[in-house]
Design a protein around this ligand. Structure first.
Ligand code: ADP
Ligand code: MG
Length: 319
């Protein structure tokens, strides 16, 4: 006999809560932000065939479903507190549920983010998480705060997730160990929560890269009313990607998508504070360009020559 809805919720998704006043099991969960704190709230949905391939291991899928949500909290500089999980699946598959819950809850525990509720229903595999974070009133990192003259930075490396997707699609071939490395970037991204927290009061704007650097950066530029000059050869990339043809490196780093790194701006005088934030969060941060008063995004190569680009951002209704 397959587990019923309430048994599976009890077995896989019910845990003692410590931060929230009430978790799974009643009509609502209850929790309050700490005094003086503001709630930061974000939802992200993962749909099979659109956001993940049917071949992904269940524990990695559980990890990724929460990671992409924590990445939004990171981009705002919010500390994770709690999340809800709305789950549709075609049938009760305990092998799937066991792996999924393990990956999900391991990342949740690592960030002290409590599962406090959700919804479970039968249907095509679809995962929607809503995360709640907190931060001191008025201190959120926003897309709108960038200023002309600021330096532009990115965390980690870019492009591996897209490279892995292209290997799955058969447009690029990679040897086993190299493929495994980029596949982990695609299937188990690490949300930059510690960096987001360390950048509060330092970064003037921030966004996490989910749809590709150029597309996501364009949101910041538009909302802040500034332009940017980006050094394409300065974009950090893994050894695996760096060994491939330059055109592919540029496509993956500039417009790859699914990176979940933070791109942020800071005043040039705050460069040492940015470096200290990166050290405290144990994440590499690279300066990739500068913001200007005149609108638009200009790409230059290592010789200062303009680089033509036609990349758009990843748009779910177009690609
Ligand atoms: P309701 O009928 O009020 O919508 P449900 O019967 O759907 O409540 O859910 C019962 C309890 O289980 C609620 O507390 C709900 O938040 C929780 N819950 C349901 N699905 C999940 C899930 N996938 N993960 C965590 N909690 C869940
Ligand atoms: Mg319900």
């Amino acid at each position: 006999m397959p587990l019923g809805e309430f048994d599976l919720i009890a077995k896989y998704f019910t845990r003692t809560v410590t931060r929230a006043a009430l978790g799974v099991g009643d009509d609502c969960a209850l929790f309050a932000p700490a005094p003086g704190m503001q709630l930061a709230v974000s939802s992200d949905m993962l749909v099979e065939g659109r956001h993940f391939l049917p071949t992904v291991a269940p524990d990695r899928l559980g990890h990724k479903a929460l990671a992409v949500n924590l990445s939004d909290l990171a981009a705002c500089g919010a500390k994770p507190v709690a999340f809800t999980l709305a789950l549709a699946m075609p049938r009760v598959d305990e092998r799937f549920l066991d792996g999924f819950a393990r990956g999900l809850l391991a990342l949740a525990d690592a960030h002290e983010c409590e599962l406090i509720g959700g919804d479970t229903t039968q249907g095509p595999l679809n995962l929607c998480i809503t995360v709640f974070g907190e931060l001191p009133q008025g201190q959120a990192l926003l897309r709108s705060g960038a200023r002309a003259g600021d330096d532009l930075y990115v965390s980690g490396t870019l492009g591996d997730a897209r490279l892995a997707l292209e290997v799955f699609r058969g447009t690029v071939a990679l040897a086993g160990a190299a493929f495994e490395r980029v596949r982990v970037a695609m299937e188990q991204p690490q949300p930059r929560v510690a960096l987001g927290l360390a950048l509060r009061g330092v970064a003037t704007s921030a966004i996490d890269i989910s749809d590709g650097l150029l597309g996501d950066l364009a949101h910041v530029l538009r909302r802040s009313g500034v332009g940017a000059e980006l050094q394409v050869d300065a974009l950090p990339r893994s050894d695996v990607l760096a060994a491939l043809p330059e055109a592919l490196q540029r496509d993956c780093t500039l417009a790859g998508g699914d990176d979940y790194e933070l791109v942020f701006s800071a005043a040039p005088g705050d460069a040492a504070r940015v470096a200290a934030a990166a050290r405290s969060a144990q994440v590499a941060v690279t300066r990739i360009g500068r913001l200007h008063a005149d609108a638009g995004l200009r790409l230059i190569d290592r010789h200062g020559r303009p680089v033509a680009h036609t990349f758009g951002s990843f748009d779910h209704f177009k690609s």
